[in-house]
Write a new protein. Structure first.
Length: 334
């Protein structure tokens, strides 16, 4: 197994995807106690530490294969104040310092697509320069989750840094059209209490490869469990969901159309395993789900990193069939 250390681990979306890709986690760090409780409840074997990534002694983990992290997105998100490096939550300096201490073979960063916008170009180039000075070849791109096995739009920014020996062998994952609709993913729970409206609802939500808008988490603007900004709400309505709020339970017999989505359905759209438990208040659980990296997307990127680290001379032309299983949400969530 390849080894990894992850900061800002959240509820475990990135960690689960990387595990699917062949990484054994040596340490998972998050400052939020509910996130840490969620990780411990579901994966007792993982070494989970609650604390600030800026206080982590990277020297103790020198030589792991991968340093990963979904560093806080509010400094670059349209849902935050977009203060960039002036935001106290900016953990890119901490991540670069840890890379200097740990000296992993690869570094993986996930964030909102706003980080790739022109207004942050100087900051992003500074991050890339610092990683290059540490000996990493750096690539970055925006990947859309619905093109990598997730029934959700969710564009995400990814940056991968790899030591020179491996950098030229890294390729971004190929697109794989999502085979299921968001309705198919949510249908089992939607009808679990005997609601008669499932078939009518599926006429919209079950349309061929229909995918959800990006699930949003709590922020300074969207602080609680809601359905996001106006454009997202409209998309939810077009898919046959109520856009008012998140329900505590699926609809019961006699409940009207359109139904409200539940926390469990949102977790399934993010491809968390059905048995995955989220610890905390409703708002905390909403934030954990909404901030997560979808498992298939994390697995797709992680697999490409693993391939570059394990087999620098691999022929990438023959990977389509080999990778396909990593894009199946039902396989990943089993």
């Amino acid at each position: 197994m390849l080894t990894s250390v992850e900061i800002c681990a959240g509820a475990g979306g990135l960690a689960l995807g990387l595990e699917q890709a062949g990484f054994a986690h040596q340490l998972l760090v998050d400052i939020d106690p509910d996130c840490c409780a969620t990780l411990r409840a579901n994966r007792p074997r993982w070494n989970v530490r609650q604390g600030d990534a800026r206080e982590l002694d990277g020297g103790a983990w020198h030589g792991v294969d991968l340093l990963a992290g979904g560093v806080p997105c509010p400094p670059f998100s349209i849902a935050g104040l977009r203060k960039g490096s002036d935001d106290e939550r900016d953990l890119f300096p901490a991540l670069i310092e840890l890379a200097a201490q740990i000296r992993p073979k690869a570094v993986l960063v996930e964030n909102v697509p706003g980080l790739g916008e022109a207004r942050f170009s100087d900051y992003l180039e500074s991050v890339c320069l610092q990683l290059r000075l540490l000996g990493y070849g750096v690539q970055y791109t925006v990947l859309r989750a619905f093109e990598h096995g997730v029934p959700q739009l969710r564009p995400r920014f990814f940056l991968v840094g790899m030591h020179a020996r491996y950098a030229t062998h890294f390729r971004w994952p190929i697109r794989a059209p999502y085979p299921y609709s968001v309705g198919e993913v949510c249908a089992e729970e939607m009808g679990s209490l005997g609601w008669e409206g499932v078939e009518q609802w599926l006429s919209l939500a079950g349309a061929h490869r229909a995918y959800a808008p990006t699930i949003v988490a709590g922020s300074r603007i969207h602080g609680g469990p809601d359905m996001g900004p106006s454009r997202s709400r409209e998309r939810w309505r077009n898919l046959g969901f109520s856009s008012k709020s998140v329900a505590d339970a699926p609809p019961r017999p006699g409940d009207p159309q359109p139904p409200r989505i539940t926390m469990n359905m949102l977790a399934r759209i993010q491809a968390f395993p059905p048995a995955w438990q989220f610890i905390g208040t409703k708002t905390s659980r909403w934030k954990q789900i909404g901030n997560a990296v979808p498992l298939p997307l994390a697995a797709a990127v992680g697999k490409r990193i693993a391939l570059a680290l394990r087999a620098p001379d691999i022929d990438y032309r023959g990977l389509a069939d080999f990778e396909r299983g990593f894009y199946d949400i039902r396989q990943l969530a089993a």
